[in-house]
Each structure stands twice: as structure tokens, then as C-alpha cells.
Design a protein around this ligand. Sequence first.
Ligand code: RP5
Length: 157
Amino acid sequence: MMSTSPTPMTETEVRAEIEGLDVAAPRVGILMGAKSDMDAMQAAADELSERGILHEVRVMSAHRDPEAVAEYASNARMRGLRVIIAGAGISAALPGAVAARTDLPVIGVPLSGRLTAAGGLDSILSIVQMPPGVPVACVGLNNARNAAVLAAQILGA
Ligand code: RP5
């Protein structure tokens, strides 16, 4: 007698099916540690819009909202995101905190804001000095547009 119950799928099979779906899901997530980062990070969104690359923008702090950052990063691939851009200033932990929870490429944008030390070197070193095995790409200081260009190159778009 034939079984009428569906054959259970493995997690790998479910992931493959989801990745094959051609839905209008954002491909790039643009994150920033604070609303005050928005002016600088807008350039990334503008560049992606000009290139017709779907993206979403979220404000979340690695230090103030660690649970939200962990949840976002953990679910990013499953939601269809393929690259994450993360901008932050001062002790700029956001790109690294995201990279710790996803295998998607993460591009950090070091920002120099009102609290910055050494003209932004604090943020640059916080983003660049990741431990072996957990890389974060890093563009120039306040250069969110370059992060979007790099994201487009990674996507082959
Ligand atoms: C960082 O602290 C943010 O990325 C921002 O650049 C900086 C200042 O944040 P606010 O004091 O404006 O919230 O986490």
C-alpha cells in the first residue's frame, strides 16, 4: 500500500529549495549601529538602488541590541540575503558580531562620528582586526558607497 504522507526533507534539501526560489527578497542587508550613522550609510543604499539590487536597511547595535543582531545574522541566509554591509563607529563591533553568526560575506564600513578617536582609526581597527577564520572585508573610512560596489561585485550583479 502506498503511503500518503509526504517524505520528510532534510535541512539541506529545504535550504536548496529556498535558495532556488526567485522571489523579490532583498539580496543585501545594510546595517548600522545607530541612527546617527544613517547619513554616511545612505550612500550604500543609493548605490544599490542605482544598480537595481534589492536591499534592506536596519539599525541595530552590537552592544545595545546583541540579541537582535544575533537573530538577524543567524537568519540572513535563509531569508535570501547574500551579502551584508555593516557600518559602525567608535568600538565598531557590528560587522564582526554579524560575521560570527553567518557565513555570508560581511563588508564593514568604518565610520567617524562625533565620539570618534584618532580620526576614525578606532573604528577601522575594530573592523579590520578580526580573528583568523572569521573575516570581515573593510572599505575606507566613511566610504559606504564602496561597500555597495563591492557587494555588487560579490553578487556578480
Ligand atoms: C556606534 O556608536 C554607532 O555605530 C555610532 O557610530 C556610534 C555613536 O552612536 P550614538 O551615540 O549616535 O547612538 O555604536
